[in-house]
Design a binder for this molecule. Structure first.
Ligand code: FAD
Ligand code: EPU
Length: 294
């Protein structure tokens, strides 16, 4: 299908979702590339899902029946100019950063500008909106370390909240699913660019043992601060394979696509892990659609 404009001008196209995910799995859906709040409200008139960087998603081989919304154009742009009314040395509050902005490039830009606070999230291949929605992070920092204001859009309208309004924690923003993080303002501290770079390099060292293949990152959240990878490893599951999906030999909490893996292969490995690891663990991956017994 060729792209057609919606009533308000959003580009709408039926596309394979695999190309939008780091796992490289997922069938087709109707993708809405929205650039304005008006287009977003139109897209939300029917059942929808919001797609970010696709770096935490396992999407069914059949695709999904809902509209899939992607923030584009101005909703993927950034204004990092300090707001003179809200910034007080050494703190800087930026202009709006769109939910569709790729996080890795933003982190590099903040380092060059000498703005500190989010460098602990280095190496997370997300978009800003997706990373905020699940408060992505590492043991060196998380998204909520650098947020001042969040703009959230639902079919009922648009509201602005601060982190204090949300019940956020480890890998959790407290924002309900499908409430769309359209833009955020960042609160960061002025620092020497070299200082920020040194912190980024240090945080990046923790990734040396992570696999380099197609993957949606860690499958399970760490239960009670214990590494889920260590627990899966201790259950003897490293290297387990179903179809073309593999529990990575480098780090057991990563499932990788050897090429041609299906969502069913990944689900089977997730089931194997649940059966064999004696500690209850919460899934970090988002499954589209969620299986009935998830
Ligand atoms: P997606 O995968 O597209 O979506 C994930 C969820 O967020 C979905 O429910 C989606 O609907 C929702 N969502 C997306 N955009 C928005 C929005 N604008 N508003 C509201 N909801 C939205 N994660 C970590 O926390 N720490 C790590 O160190 C880390 N390392 C990784 C390393 C690799 C190699 C990979 C592939 C992944 C890694 N991840 C890590 C996982 C992943 O990057 C994070 O979960 C990230 O937050 C997902 O963001 P995304 O934009 O890709 O969201
Ligand atoms: N370990 C094993 N076997 C494994 C994996 C890990 O024994 O297969 C051991 C390691 O040797 C180490 C300990 O477990 O002693 C911790 O491992 P690691 O440093 O890799 O950290 P992690 O807790 O497994 C977390 C995050 C990652 C993040 C890294 C670095 C979660 C679920 N995972 O992993 O986040 O990149 O720390 O900060 O919180 C993600 O969320 O997708 C993700 C990749």
């Amino acid at each position: 299908m060729t792209a057609t404009p919606s009533r308000t001008g959003a580009r709408v196209e039926r596309l394979p979702l695999a190309r939008f995910t780091t796992l490289g799995v997922g069938g087709e859906a109707e993708v809405w590339f929205v650039e304005t709040h008006e287009q977003l409200q139109e897209a939300m008139e029917q059942p929808y899902r919001i797609l970010g960087g696709g770096s935490n998603l396992v999407i069914a081989d059949e695709g999904v029946p809902e509209r899939v919304i992607r923030l584009s154009g101005p909703l993927a742009e950034r204004d990092l100019t300090p707001d003179p009314h809200l910034s007080e040395d050494p703190w800087v509050v930026t202009g709006w950063v769109g939910g569709g902005v790729p996080l890795p490039g933003l982190i590099r830009q903040l380092q060059k500008l000498g703005l500190s606070g989010l460098e602990g999230t280095v190496g997370i291949p997300a978009q800003v909106g997706g990373a905020v929605w699940m408060n992505a992070g590492t043991r060196y920092g998380e998204m909520f370390d650098g947020l001042h204001t969040l703009e959230i859009v639902t079919p009922e309208g648009t509201r602005q909240v601060t982190p204090d309004d949300l019940n956020w924690g480890y890998r959790d923003s407290g924002i309900p699913r499908n409430h769309i993080v359209t833009r955020v303002r960042l609160k960061l501290r002025r620092a020497a660019p070299e200082e920020v770079l040194a912190k980024m390099d240090f945080a990046d060292q923790a990734r040396k043992g992570q696999p380099k293949m197609k993957t949606p990152g860690c499958a399970f959240k760490n239960p009670g601060g214990v590494s889920a990878g260590k627990l899966i490893d201790e259950a003897g599951l490293k290297g387990s394979r179903v179809g073309n999906a593999l529990i990575a030999p480098e780090h057991a909490n990563f499932i990788v696509n050897l090429g041609g893996a299906t969502a069913a292969d990944v689900h089977a490995l997730l089931g194997l892990i649940r059966d064999r690891v004696p500690v209850p663990m919460e899934l970090e991956y988002e499954l589209w659609p969620a299986p009935v017994d998830a």
